[in-house]
Design a protein around this ligand. Structure first.
Ligand SMILES: Nc1ncnc2c1ncn2[C@@H]1O[C@H](COP(=O)(O)OP(=O)(O)OP(=O)(O)O)[C@@H](O)[C@H]1O
Ligand code: SF4
Ligand SMILES: [Mg+2]
Length: 399
């Protein structure tokens, strides 16, 4: 059966989600190197982004995850050069897009790129559309400005875009105002505006937060599909690890203005190396854990960036902290393509074996009591966490 969006874009659902991830080959379209962004406020300097580096390749979906206030939006706004000029300062760093250094362009050159080659879907989808302009005008505007289209051409393209994002009866929608559309439709319009000029890079800041889960899945599948088909690089900023697991190829985890882990999605989910990433993953509710199991949380809260803790910023909340964590941990490659900023990243799996042992104990106890909450060990432990074969045989012999 075809999904609504997949049907609209002419693809089967399996194609929309099941296409193998784009291989990060060739040159990245966007490279961020050692980016530092500060805000000068009456209370002091907020170090909103510190030493951020990552790259995005065409056709790839890269996620930025982290708690509120970790610097996700500010880093994206720095790429777009849309930070408030009176308070924000880009202290240092390089933002290279398609071979051009964005931070060195003048305002006019940047205006040419923004909206045409790089577009952004902003964090507040409900308020990003202009309430007094029709949907049609808002989609046509970048086409008239950047693509030099005539009104008729822009209107035809607007209809095409609305069809592409799965809006029915697009011609009559053009004359409607944002308040006449549902939240999901407004979000699709935002994506249509983002895609209007065939951008090479689309930055989506929490694009589906305000939507219900069914619409979220549709929008994300649409973005993934378009990214694959049109070779668009997508940066998706989100709190939602479910979204990251299902749609992102590569993941950047931010904590208190710094990048703490970076890797392919399967690496970060399969073998998280930073205690913060492990905490985030442990806090995701799982259907295969009993209803009585308490949901894990990360104790404490993120630091105030006006006065963050010295050394590792996660130290006050980290149960693996040692004296050496008073120094800033280097961001190192722990396994190929998988980086983390934790001095104990190499040993973290062994250190964090507690919950696994607990799960195994719970299951054995359940068996002894004559019932099993789980039907197979695959349901208890994810594939990556299976016990070594020797252990299993020894356990089988003892039962
Ligand atoms: N205009 C501003 N003036 C001063 N500080 C700011 C400004 N904008 C953002 N900040 C600060 O920069 C830090 C990073 O903010 P940012 O908006 O990037 O967080 P975020 O990770 O996107 O959070 P959320 O998930 O809540 O959107 C925060 O401490 C925030 O208070
Ligand atoms: S460097 Fe130390 S405090 Fe920071 S995450 Fe690693 S173990 Fe925890
Ligand atoms: Mg934000």
């Amino acid at each position: 059966m075809q999904h609504g969006i997949a049907a609209a874009t002419g693809l089967a659902q399996s194609q929309a989600t099941g296409t193998p991830p784009a291989k990060a080959i060739g040159q990245p379209i966007l490279e961020i190197e050692d980016l530092h962004v500060h805000f000068v406020t009456s209370h002091g300097t907020v170090r909103a982004v510190e030493g951020l580096s990552y790259a995005v390749h065409p056709g790839e979906m890269v996620a930025i995850v982290g708690e509120s206030g970790s610097g996700k939006s500010v880093s994206a706004l720095a790429v777009m050069r849309l930070l408030p000029p009176n308070t924000a300062r880009i202290r240092s760093g390089v933002v290279r897009f398609d071979g051009r250094e964005l931070l060195k362009l003048d305002d006019e050159e940047m205006r040419q790129i923004r909206g045409r080659d790089v577009s952004m879907i902003f964090q507040e989808p409900m308020t990003s559309l202009n309430p007094v302009l029709t949907i049609g005008l808002q989609i046509m505007e970048p086409l008239l400005i950047h693509m030099n289209m005539t009104d008729a051409q822009a209107k035809a393209r607007a209809i095409e875009l609305l069809t592409l994002v799965g809006i029915t009866d697009p011609e009559s929608r053009l004359a409607q105002y944002p308040h006449q559309l549902s939240g999901g439709m407004r979000q699709r319009v935002m994506i249509a505006i983002g895609l209007a000029c065939n951008p090479k890079l689309l930055i989506a800041d929490e694009p589906t937060t305000a939507l219900d889960v069914t619409i979220q899945a549709q929008i994300l599948e649409l973005m993934k599909d378009l990214s694959r088909r049109l070779n668009i690089a997508v940066i998706i900023i989100t709190h939602n690890l479910g979204i990251v697991a299902r749609y992102a190829d590569r993941v950047n985890v931010m904590y208190a203005a710094r990048l703490v882990e970076r890797g392919m999605a399967e690496q970060v989910f399969g073998r998280p190396l930073h205690p913060y990433s492990r905490g985030l993953l442990a806090a995701v509710p799982r259907l295969d854990q009993g209803r009585t199991n308490k949901l894990a949380t990360i104790d404490g809260s993120p630091p105030n960036l006006l006065n963050p803790p010295e050394g590792c910023r996660f130290r006050p909340r980290c149960r693996f902290a040692v004296e050496a964590c008073i120094n800033v941990p280097p961001f190192v490659e722990v396994e190929p393509g998988h980086h983390a900023a934790c001095i104990r990243a190499h040993e973290i799996e062994a250190l964090d074996a507690g919950p696994r042992r607990y799960l195994r104990r719970t299951r054995l106890r359940s068996r002894r009591r004559g019932y099993s909450r789980y039907s197979s060990r695959e349901q208890v432990l994810p594939r990556r966490r299976r016990l070594p074969e020797g252990c299993l045989q020894a356990r089988a012999r003892s039962q």
